[in-house]
Design a protein around this ligand. Structure first.
Ligand code: ADP
Ligand code: MG
Length: 435
């Protein structure tokens, strides 16, 4: 066994080297459950972590194990002391996919998000009682989804058999439509109206969807009347969601509406340190302050800057210090360059996909044109201060709902699809550097 433990720690070291971005400090808690006959079974502390490994690290564990042993290996991630699945009736449809990083512990509290965080903690302690519904809103990248995951983690750990449904509003709408098409509406209704905690992300997606709003209204009432907790997020306040029915707006305000603002400098420094620590890299205050001084509004961009620094440290073998961080992020203040031009984004995307701007602006809906168009919209939303309408205007006069939809789609894809995430990271950094 001693041998196996040593071999496994060698494998872990290699995995960390292959992919520092997805490496987490808690990898040190992983254990070998089995390593025989070409099977490496790795034991994880909980399902969220096992799922993270399956989604992001499977190939690298396999590659590392093969490199170390010189044999073909297949890898499996299991939860140590696994309990039966919560939603065993339909595991693939309802299993709760929580991101292991998105916990209260990993959420930095500052003046920008104190009310939101405190209300989420309160909801966790007594779901259905204190703030119902809880409605969080704010710009992209300020931690709304993170807090929703944290609530689910918290409720789940306090009450193992709690029935939790957590999904994006887009998914809710899509499932509703599918249920109607398949004549399974009452099954759908039953699934949503009998939960203890319903968490729905990005409810601005309900705009202009009358039938879905009607269904959501009844779901809301059924849960609310039974004192079941509802947690919602949006990119704007309830009253600002276009074409949302008055009766939904008023219900969304029944509980607590909390806004998240952009973090202050001090909060940004603390977030950078927290994120670095989570990945097992401790960085000095000086380096954290340098990054926080360069990146302002969006926390996802802070993480992007850290990623560049890790990757540079790994490839060059240098320790992370201020000088190295400055070099990694570029001398010319690339991240401080606040407004990227939308045509720089379009240039980068059209070059990558080998399509023309006129195609993006045309009515063509084929995937080969629609996807680059949606990526342009997403990047323009992330990297510029243009409004949805202006972004739509640059891409053939599309309306703001089309742009919002595109942004949601690419955002979801960049979470679920590793290739898309890498592509977005690459495009973002090449646009910033003006390549
Ligand atoms: P939103 O849903 O508001 O667009 P997310 O919840 O997806 O934003 O957050 C974007 C990234 O920023 C995530 O990686 C999240 O962990 C991180 N983040 C946001 N706020 C905080 C915070 N206060 N502390 C730590 N990380 C944060
Ligand atoms: Mg979100």
């Amino acid at each position: 066994m001693q041998d196996t433990i040593e071999v496994f720690s060698e494998i872990l070291e290699r995995v960390k080297g292959f992919d520092p971005v997805n490496t987490r400090k808690w990898f040190d808690d992983l254990v070998v459950l089995e390593f025989e006959g070409g099977l490496l079974e790795v034991g994880c502390p909980d399902e969220a972590k096992a799922q993270f490994l399956r989604d992001h690290c499977l190939a690298n564990f396999t590659k590392a194990a093969q490199n170390v042993t010189g044999h073909l290996v297949s890898t499996k991630f299991s939860v140590t002391g696994q309990k039966p699945s919560r939603f065993s009736e339909e595991p693939s449809m309802w299993s709760l996919k929580l991101h292991p990083d998105y916990t209260f512990e990993n959420f930095v509290v500052g003046p920008c998000n104190r009310l939101a965080q405190a209300s989420c903690v309160a909801v966790c302690h007594s779901p259905g009682d204190t703030y119902n519904p809880l409605f969080l809103y704010g710009n992209v990248g300020l931690g709304k989804t993170h807090l929703q995951h944290a609530i689910c983690h918290g409720v789940e750990s306090r009450k193992k058999d709690a029935k939790i449904r957590f999904l994006s509003c887009e998914e809710f709408v899509n499932r509703f439509i599918t249920a109607i098409e398949q004549g399974k509406l009452s099954e759908f209704q039953n699934k949503f109206r009998t939960v203890d905690l319903l968490v729905i992300d990005d409810v601005q997606f309900l705009r202009e969807r009358e039938q879905s709003q009607e269904e959501f209204f009844h779901t809301f009432n059924a849960l609310y009347n039974n004192h079941k907790q509802i947690v919602l997020t949006a990119d704007c306040a309830p009253g600002e969601i276009p074409s949302l029915e008055e009766r939904l707006i008023s219900r969304f305000k029944w509980g607590l509406v909390a806004r998240l603002d952009a973090p202050s400098y001090e909060t940004r420094v603390a977030i950078v340190q927290k994120k670095a620590h989570l990945r097992g890299f401790d960085i000095s205050e000086e380096v954290a302050a340098y990054i926080a001084g360069k990146v302002h509004a969006n926390i996802r961009e802070l993480e992007g800057a850290l990623t560049i620094i890790y990757a540079t440290a790994k490839t060059s073998g240098q320790p992370i210090n201020l000088e190295m961080a400055k070099r990694a992020l570029g001398d010319q203040d690339i991240l401080a360059k606040k407004s990227v031009n939308i045509s720089e984004i379009i240039d980068a995307v059209t070059k990558y996909y080998d399509v023309r701007l006129t195609d993006l602006q045309s009515k063509k809906r084929s995937q080969s044109i629609a996807l680059p168009r949606q990526i342009c919209m997403y990047l323009a939303r992330q990297m510029t201060r243009h409004s949805l309408e202006e972004i739509g205007g640059h891409l053939g006069g599309r309306d703001h709902t089309t742009v919002l939809h595109a942004c949601g789609k690419i955002k979801d894809l960049s979470v679920s699809d590793q290739k898309m995430r890498k592509l977005i990271e690459e495009l973002t950094s090449s646009i910033r550097q003006g390549n």
